[in-house]
Design a binder for this molecule. Structure first.
Ligand SMILES: NC(=O)c1ccc[n+]([C@@H]2O[C@H](COP(=O)([O-])OP(=O)(O)OC[C@H]3O[C@@H](n4cnc5c(N)ncnc54)[C@H](O)[C@@H]3O)[C@@H](O)[C@H]2O)c1
Length: 253
């Protein structure tokens, strides 16, 4: 028996990195997964790769920064699989490590549009669906150690700080509706993020890179997927409104 047998899940940022590894693990554990990201070809490849696993995987091309696209994602998941049980809000982008004085409007808007507004648009649609169903639901918001430690620039760290706040707010507001909402904060993970992030600002990076000395060995996306599975499954049934750091002890100093 899989740990997510028959559970209907939405996972954003599913085309690469942590999101992709989570789709594969959830399908292995018997879930019905609606995988969401912007890149259709990568999603199609992922669906093919999941064929033969115990669960079922379909995809919905989604730009999380667009509220209408997020509403469409939840609608598509419910139309395809009949309901929603679990949501993993994972899509996110890095900034260029700039401190506030040098931060551009463009960077602030881009990072908040995806990491904060995008996650909150998804969260809103997911909670509406859970409340309409009336039998609870589980949310895992992918945050970052940057929410509490200065591992990136002002825009990224603040965008993830807001993710932590809205996680706790949601857990509190809907406690009696049995909607669990937790945050999972990765440390350093081997994904595309370093490849797609903008060139680092010299001053900002000189500050954030001091912390890299404490990071130790980087995690693989599969290490994060295991922790996400724990927060998504009934094994964490009494855990609500917390931030679970999955950083190998990086921020334990
Ligand atoms: N990699 C790390 O070291 C690290 C550390 C801390 C937190 N995180 C967080 O983990 C999450 C996943 O990142 P990752 O490391 O797997 O990076 P990644 O770049 O490999 O994957 C990010 C995913 O999000 C998707 N995405 C980006 N913008 C999107 C948008 N507008 N709409 C839909 N999808 C979009 C990308 O296409 C990709 O599928 C992010 O929220 C990130 O902030 C990563």
């Amino acid at each position: 028996m899989g740990r997510l047998d028959g559970k209907v899940c939405v996972i954003t940022g599913a085309s690469a990195g942590i999101g992709r590894a989570t789709v594969l693990l959830f399908a292995q554990e018997g879930a019905k997964v609606m995988a969401a990201a912007r890149r259709k070809e990568q999603l199609e490849e992922l669906v093919k790769e999941c064929e033969g696993l115990p669960g079922e995987v379909d995809y919905c091309v989604t730009d999380v920064g667009d509220a209408a696209s997020d509403a469409n994602l939840i609608k598509a998941a419910v139309e395809r699989f009949g309901r929603l049980d679990i949501a993993v809000n994972n899509a996110g982008v890095m900034d260029d490590n700039t401190a506030i004085a040098d931060m551009s409007d463009e960077m602030l808007q881009k990072v908040f549009q995806i990491n904060t507004f995008g996650l909150m648009y998804c969260l809103r649609e997911e909670c509406k669906q859970f409340l309409a169903q009336g039998d609870g639901g589980v949310i895992v918001n992918i945050c970052s150690v940057g929410a509490t430690h200065q591992t990136a620039g002002a825009a990224y760290c603040a965008s993830k700080g807001a993710v932590l706040s809205v996680t706790k707010n949601t857990a509190y507001m809907y406690k009696d509706a049995e909607i669990r909402c937790n945050a999972l904060s990765p440390g350093g993970v081997v994904t595309d993020i370093p490849l797609v992030m903008p060139p680092a600002d010299e001053f900002g990076f000189s500050r954030t890179s001091e912390l890299l000395n404490f990071s130790g060995e980087l995690a693989m996306p599969e290490d994060l997927a295991d922790a996400i599975l724990f927060l998504a499954s009934d094994q964490s049934r009494y855990i609500n409104g917390v931030e679970l750091k999955c950083d190998g002890g990086w921020t334990s100093f």
